[in-house]
Ligand binder design. Structure first.
Ligand code: GTQ
Length: 352
């Protein structure tokens, strides 16, 4: 804008004529748009938003009466950010959805270049199978299906199972790198006992390289982070340390292969806020999706307040200041695109 606004009348007219001539040749003046392209601080089109779990769950169960998991391939309600209409995105780089598997159903086996995490919202005993190995899913477990690993979901538990899907679908779309395949059978044959990779790779152990027992992909061996384990660690931390003023107590889920985030594009962590604790405001460049695991409280995003109840989902876009207040002990799960941003040298946060 500045370029045009400061030019004299006649020059402005000639510039407009020049733009009109260039346009059919796909040429445009940078000076008209520079201030919107290279902004001094992030300007997210995404909006802060909270989905109350109850109503979302009701719609999902209604869909469950009308279409099977097999028909749908994945029976999921997309949590689309109201500021990103038509993009199926919760923040510009990430996707969120609520997936339902009813007793006896199978979500057929496929693989894709998108990375996915599953965070269990309710139900107990359904499974995600990754490369033929089942992770039996319990409430608030984290299960990964990393890029290009075969996965199917099934439920022989007798109860509906609902989890949050977090994927990097918009990131993969941005890079135009989407590949996907369906297996010619609904599920892989299960040669591997459930929990096998957790025992082999999840205890600071690893089968010796070059042995057949080292069967998982070297970069991504682990895919199940049980609630019982992360909760115990988080509460022990809370008993031993004062909460960080901006974050509370926080533990990141890590990939044991390199100590980094769980997947190349997505980082995930859990937080604990003691009853009555209020964080100081903090901004970060990684738009973040939160799930309330336990307790209740309030989130303020740029001063606007959102009530938080168990299983509610909150999205906080890039660089919007977040304050969290815990009415009772508050446990949160969170995922974001921080993993990708760190690799690109983009991640920043500001403690206010
Ligand atoms: O379970 O593989 O929510 O491929 C979206 C795309 C879930 C899945 C989603 C997917 C999946």
């Amino acid at each position: 804008m500045d370029g045009l606004a400061t030019a004299p009348q006649e020059a402005r007219r000639q510039l407009q004529a020049l733009y009109a001539e260039m346009r059919p040749h796909s040429l445009y003046p940078l000076w008209e748009v520079l201030a919107n392209l290279v902004t001094p601080t992030p300007r997210s089109a995404a909006q802060a938003h909270r989905w109350a779990y109850g109503p979302a769950r009701d719609y999902l169960l209604r869909a469950g009466g009308l279409i099977s998991a097999e028909q749908a391939e994945r029976r999921v309600l997309i949590l689309e950010n109201p500021g990103l209409a038509g993009t199926s995105s919760v923040i510009p780089s990430l996707y969120a959805g609520l997936q339902l598997i009813l007793p006896g159903e199978v979500a057929p086996c496929h693989r894709h270049t998108q990375c996915a995490l599953r965070f269990v919202m309710e139900g107990d005993g359904a499974f995600t199978a990754v490369d033929g190995e089942k992770a039996v899913m319990r409430p608030f477990d984290l299960v990964l299906t990393p890029n290009w690993q075969w996965h199917d979901h099934g439920n022989d538990s007798g109860r509906p199972m609902i989890w949050l899907d977090g994927l990097d679908i918009p990131t993969v779309r941005f890079y135009e790198a989407s590949f996907a395949e369906r297996l010619d059978q609904p599920a892989m044959s299960e040669a591997i006992p459930a929990g096998d990779s957790l025992r082999r790779y999840g205890r600071n152990l690893r089968p010796l390289r070059g042995t057949a027992a080292d069967r998982r992909p070297a970069r991504q061996p682990l895919f199940h982070y049980p609630h019982a384990e992360w909760r115990e660690s988080l509460l022990a931390l809370a008993g031993a340390e004062a909460p960080d003023p901006h974050l509370g107590h926080a533990l990141e889920f890590i990939n044991p292969a390199d100590g980094g985030p769980v997947m190349p594009t997505i980082a995930a962590h859990v937080r604990h806020l003691p009853a009555g604790f209020e964080t100081r405001p903090r901004r970060s460049t990684d738009g973040t999706i939160f799930v309330v695991v336990e307790g209740r409280g309030t989130a303020a995003v740029e001063g606007r307040e959102y009530r938080l109840e168990e299983r509610d989902i909150l999205v906080v876009p890039s660089w919007q200041a977040l304050t969290l207040r815990a009415d009772s002990r508050l446990l949160l799960f969170a995922y974001s695109d921080r993993a990708a941003q760190e690799k690109l040298g983009l991640f920043r946060d500001a403690r206010l």
